[in-house]
Write a protein that binds this ligand. Structure first.
Ligand code: AP5
Ligand code: MG
Ligand code: ZN
Length: 216
């Protein structure tokens, strides 16, 4: 599980960790955006909250996660969570859904506020596969995704107002779950500042330190 402020690099690094360790990348934000883009009632409902920087209500979010983690899917094969849980209640519900020993490691990706504001201001994402870019690291051709050819655009919630609200909710609602996992001895802290490849190496090291016997 990756924890960290908006713009810390959770989406960027969770995708790379998923490829590296052969795990599914489960991002509740990407799932909501995908549903909203398809125009489903569920997605449009979620979008109303997202565009304001508010949390999507638990009855929507928990239903989605429970569906994703139904037996026979990523729950059996392994997954990286990105953007879930983000309240203590969600963390406890996650324990219920996957059982006591289902979670291996919570990583807090630490990046100061000034840096995340800079990253969010220049962020662009693929509408189709959700790959994350930045105006300083654009796709090769004309805002067309290098991976899937989709349109690469600015997120609707990357406005100044919504970013402020998301960071405020992070402090109020999400910071307490860092302590929740620390108390269980499940927390690793990783510095998220610097070159993306260096951050990735630190994350892989944190995972390998937790599982010294694995060869991944
Ligand atoms: P979500 O999609 O999860 O967004 P978020 O929490 O606001 O986090 P971000 O995606 O903004 O940050 P990130 O850490 O993934 O950064 P990224 O890798 O993109 O959620 C959106 C909304 O959905 C929520 O506000 C809420 O409404 C709803 N929602 C989702 N989950 C929910 C839940 N569990 N409960 C209730 N509601 C929920 O990187 C940012 C930028 O930095 C990019 O441009 C990237 O290229 C760049 N970058 C990354 N790493 C580096 C680096 N090392 N150096 C320089 N630039 C970098
Ligand atoms: Mg993200
Ligand atoms: Zn794409």
């Amino acid at each position: 599980m990756l924890l960290g402020k908006q713009g810390a690099g959770k989406g960027t690094q969770a995708a790379r960790l998923g490829d590296h360790f052969g795990l599914a990348h489960l991002s509740t934000g990407d799932m909501f955006r995908g549903q909203a883009a398809s125009g489903t009632a569920f997605g449009l409902e979620a979008k109303r909250y997202m565009d304001e920087g508010e949390l999507v209500p638990d009855e929507i979010t928990l239903g989605l996660v429970e569906e994703c983690l139904a037996p026979g899917g990523p729950l059996d094969d392994g997954f990286v969570l990105d953007g879930f849980p983000r309240t203590l209640h969600q963390a406890m519900e996650l324990d219920r859904v996957i059982g006591d020993h289902g979670l291996d490691l919570a990583i807090n990706l630490e990046v100061p506020r000034e840096i995340v504001l800079d990253r969010l201001a220049g962020r662009r994402v693929c509408e189709n596969c959700h790959r994350v870019y930045h105006v300083n690291m654009p796709p090769t051709v004309n805002w067309t995704c290098d991976t899937c050819g989709g349109h690469v655009v600015q997120r609707d919630d990357d406005t100044e107002e919504a970013i402020d609200r998301r960071l405020e909710l992070y402090e109020q609602e999400t910071v307490p779950i860092i302590e929740y996992y620390r108390a269980q001895g499940m927390l690793a802290e990783v510095d998220g500042v610097g070159d993306g490849d260096d951050v990735f190496d630190r994350l892989v090291k944190a995972v390998n330190e937790r599982f010294p016997d694995d060869t991944a």
